[in-house]
Design a protein around this ligand. Structure first.
Ligand SMILES: NC(=O)c1ccc[n+]([C@@H]2O[C@H](COP(=O)([O-])OP(=O)(O)OC[C@H]3O[C@@H](n4cnc5c(N)ncnc54)[C@H](O)[C@@H]3O)[C@@H](O)[C@H]2O)c1
Length: 435
């Protein structure tokens, strides 16, 4: 198998063609390696077969090129799982309504593989999860249904995904990848597979070490973002601009990494992944207090922002109730079309509840339908002087680059800015209120 991998004489199967799976599939194809993508959503397979993209920051030309190469196939036919030599799983790992790990997609994907597993196949989980998932959840399913052993018949590993969609400095290829196998052979095989497409693979001693690495990275972000959000609230009260302080602090060449405050945490990862560890730690009688505290602070940020907006409006003898607000940015971070767990969702809910009339503009999110039962159906409104002037205030919740912030400030009575997106605007600063 190692020799075949070295000779690129192998096929990769990618289960789940979303934000993680699709770019990974493209890397293999662009390096001359055959890929079969397995997806529950048949529309995604159709898009790929037609050479079209369904993720805004992945250009259609890239998909068209991959489709034309004949190396990219996508299917909903899971019987074909026996074809690839290496199966990489990139399915969602959400929390359930009790904020506990929901491994259903991982289990479903594993079960689909288990009944088709053949000797010599490599199975790698990429989805973020708690330490022990591969060994305690996946391995028994695979071994029981197939009658094969992960010690000698097939190979099992974990390799966390570090994709940062639309990051201009790093992409799938240039982000080093950690790999931990169930056996040393599994680590070596997984490393050999990824070495074709990733600039550097970093082997660790076990699947658990690899699983824990990903959680450390995301908990580190969650805790530090909570810390800066807390400092923002303290500094606001003291009349100190937290953004100015971070910029000054980051001139220290060692021992400090800048984190920035915002309206709350968003995305499929940072607000969720830490709680995978919280859940698992309970089995060991340990409470993860840092994680809980960070979650508490970050979750409270939208309320804090609304409170600040209330003060800003109050200074103009107005209230949130009855005001027309234009929310700028539904995506959870700038320049992407992903609004999973976006704090903007919470902001819309809070403002509606308080009686505001809410519109939004987001060049990446043309329509928004609430999926949690609230009857909210909205479409992005155009960002024009007339639209701005028809609103009482603007709330910047995502700092997309292709928004003309000077124009926003010029044509608004009040701009509540949670991202410091207006930092370079000189004219009309008296109308900007940081929150
Ligand atoms: N999006 C990111 O930036 C990012 C970064 C690092 C890690 N991750 C992790 O990667 C994993 C995947 O995240 P994502 O953002 O790509 O999710 P996603 O929702 O964009 O994509 C997952 C895809 O898997 C498909 N799917 C679900 N169950 C399936 C099954 N049983 N068989 C086949 N397909 C199935 C879905 O239809 C979807 O297309 C998660 O664990 C996430 O935490 C994501």
């Amino acid at each position: 198998m190692l020799e075949r991998i070295a000779a690129k004489d192998f096929t990769v199967g990618i289960i789940g063609l979303g934000y993680v799976g699709l770019p990974l599939a493209l890397e293999f194809v662009e390096n001359g390696i055959k890929v079969v993508g397995f997806e529950l959503d048949g529309r995604k397979c159709e898009f790929l077969k037609a050479g079209k993209s369904y993720i805004k920051h992945i250009p259609t030309e890239r998909i068209a090129h991959a489709a034309a190469s004949g190396l990219l196939d996508a299917t909903t036919d899971f019987d074909r799982l026996a074809e690839p030599d290496a199966l990489l799983i990139a399915v969602p790992t959400p929390l359930n309504t009790h904020r506990e790990p929901d491994l259903e997609p991982v289990v479903k994907a594993t079960e689909a593989i288990a009944t088709r597993l053949r000797k010599g196949q490599l199975v790698v989980l990429e989805s973020t999860t708690y330490p022990g998932t591969v060994d305690e959840v996946m391995r028994p399913i695979l071994e029981k249904a197939s009658g094969l052993s992960a010690e000698k018949d097939f190979w099992l590993a974990f390799s966390p995904e570090r994709e940062d969609p639309n990051n201009p400095s790093f992409n799938t290829r240039t982000i080093p990848k950690v790999v931990g196998g169930h056996t040393p052979e599994a680590t070596a095989l997984a490393k050999a597979v990824y070495d074709h497409v990733i600039v550097k693979t970093v082997p660790v001693s076990s699947t658990r070490a690899a699983e824990a690495t990903k959680l450390l990275e995301n908990i580190y972000r969650s805790v530090n973002i909570a810390m800066i959000n807390e400092l923002k609230m303290v500094f606001d009260r003291m009349g100190i601009d937290v953004w100015e302080v971070v910029e000054a602090a980051r001139t220290k060449p060692f021992g400090f990494q800048a984190f920035y405050p915002g309206p709350g945490l968003g995305g499929h990862c940072i607000p969720i992944d830490p709680f995978y560890l919280t859940w698992k730690a309970k089995e060991f009688d340990i409470n993860t207090r840092f994680i809980e505290l960070a979650g508490e602070i970050n979750t409270a940020m939208p309320e804090y922002v609304v409170n600040r907006a209330m003060h800003a409006l109050n200074e103009q003898c107005r209230s949130i109730k009855g005001s027309r607000v234009l929310l700028l940015g539904m995506a959870y971070k700038k320049n992407i079309d992903d609004m999973r767990e976006s704090p903007s969702i919470k902001l819309v809910e809070l403002l509606l509840k308080m009686g505001a009339v809410v519109d939004y503009h987001d060049p990446f999110i043309p329509v928004y339908h609430d999926e949690h039962g609230a009857d909210i159906h909205m479409s992005s409104v155009p960002l024009t002087p007339e639209v701005l002037e028809a609103h009482d205030w603007v709330l910047i919740s995502t700092d997309h680059d292709d928004v003309d912030y000077a124009m926003v400030v010029k044509h608004s009575t009040l701009v509540v800015d949670t991202r410091n997106a207006t930092k370079a605007i000189a004219e009309g600063r008296e109308r900007i209120y940081k929150a």
